[in-house]
Design a protein around this ligand. Structure first.
Ligand SMILES: COc1ccc(Cl)c(-c2nnc3c(C)nc4ccc(C(=O)NCC(C)C)cc4n23)c1
Ligand SMILES: [Mg+2]
Ligand SMILES: [Zn+2]
Length: 343
């Protein structure tokens, strides 16, 4: 089966009128979830062009437009892991590149910049709304393909990205020299694999050493920094205001609880986070923010002081969950509740 992207879809995207100009999107606090769904492909095109990637790497506008539309079609309509999440991830990469001046200060090369943006767009391609352990436990096709090497979903997302690039008229890398092409694909593979949260835990200690003295002329150090940035982009909803962070949690637990329901039907017992009868979201979110999110943006703000505001936003969202916790436990018994609107 072939997800056809028609020539008029491409023409429509190329002619895309964008109500905001790109500078409105360039502030670290801007929430991409405020943009209309049908304009996301257009803004993705505008972000790539704003970075001058099409000029640097000789990418035809039509090829870039077709690639973006194929990537968009490559996402399923799950509650959270959908095209809008991919768009948010790309947007945060754009924010880091612009606000930290990553290319100008040579923290990343132009090729790394291209790989970074492409990896974000493709990092969750064809996600089914279930976790790596679900694949392995229920012996899915993807588990059979990849479980011996771990990061089952992430290997699939990368395989899908390669498929996109090999689709007629979509290969945005076909204008760059052979050895740069290979290096870029190698980078995209590492960066998509880096979005496996389980990997993040192990690599994070390494990344903290970057603090001591970051040598930006060393490729392996830039790679470590880019992997850190990938997780930062993946979790970037936590750096926006409370209504965004709360709504994202809503969508994520919608996926988690659906998986938990499936696991119960299949006779295996889900972990607490996946079990709608046991999970208490405020506590789980406070733990997630304390153990993963705040340390992550904390490290980035130590490397880049202009990113301090990201940590502040995460701490505010942590406050939001403590307020939600007080309200929940005061007014309702645990478990049977709808997430509150803004406190
Ligand atoms: C970077 O890769 C991923 C992959 C999948 C997801 Cl859903 C997320 C993600 N993005 N935002 C969130 C928020 C707000 N809360 C989360 C709470 C728990 C977990 C989770 O995976 N727990 C299992 C344990 C092995 C850590 C993930 C959460 N998460 C990130
Ligand atoms: Mg993922
Ligand atoms: Zn993701």
């Amino acid at each position: 089966y072939h997800m056809k992207v028609s020539d008029e879809d491409v023409a429509l995207l190329l002619a895309c009128p964008s109500s905001h100009n790109i500078s409105d999107l360039s502030d670290l606090t801007f929430s991409p979830r405020s943009l209309p769904h049908e304009e996301m492909a257009c803004y993705t095109l505008l972000m790539f062009e704003d970075l001058g990637l099409h000029v640097l790497f000789n990418i035809k506008r039509e090829t870039l437009a077709r690639f973006i539309l194929f990537v968009k079609k490559g996402y399923r309509d799950t509650p959270y892991h959908n095209w809008r999440h991919a768009f948010c991830t790309v947007h945060f990469a754009f924010l880091l590149i612009k606000n930290l001046d990553l290319v100008k200060h040579e923290y990343i090369t132009p090729l790394e910049c291209l790989a970074f943006m492409v990896s974000c767009a493709c990092h969750d391609l064809d996600h089914r709304g279930t976790t790596n352990s679900f694949q392995t436990q229920s012996g899915t096709v993807l588990a059979n393909l990849y479980s011996s090497d771990g990061s089952v979903m992430e290997r699939h997302h990368f395989a899908q990205a390669v498929c996109m690039l090999n689709t007629q008229g979509c290969n945005i890398l076909d204008g760059i020299p052979r050895e740069q092409y290979t290096k870029c694909l190698d980078l995209i593979r590492d960066l998509i694999l880096a979005t496996d949260l389980a990997t993040h835990f192990t690599v994070f200690k390494e990344q903290q050493k970057l603090l001591v003295e970051f040598q930006k002329h060393k490729e392996d150090q830039r790679r470590l920094l880019l992997c850190l940035f990938m997780t930062a982009c993946d979790l970037s909803d936590q750096t926006k205001d409370w209504s965004v962070a709360r709504q994202t949690a809503n969508l994520i637990y919608k996926e988690f609880f659906t998986q938990g329901d499936m696991e119960k039907t299949m006779g295996s017992s889900p972990s607490e986070s996946m079990d709608r009868d046991r999970a208490y979201i405020p506590t789980l979110q406070i733990q997630f923010l304390d153990n993963i999110v705040i340390p992550l943006y904390g490290l980035i703000s130590q490397l880049f002081p202009e990113a301090e505001c990201l940590v502040e936003a995460c701490k505010l969202n942590r406050e939001g969950w403590t307020v939600a916790d007080t309200l929940f436990s005061a007014q309702w018994d645990r478990g049977g509740y709808e997430l509150l609107s803004d406190p």
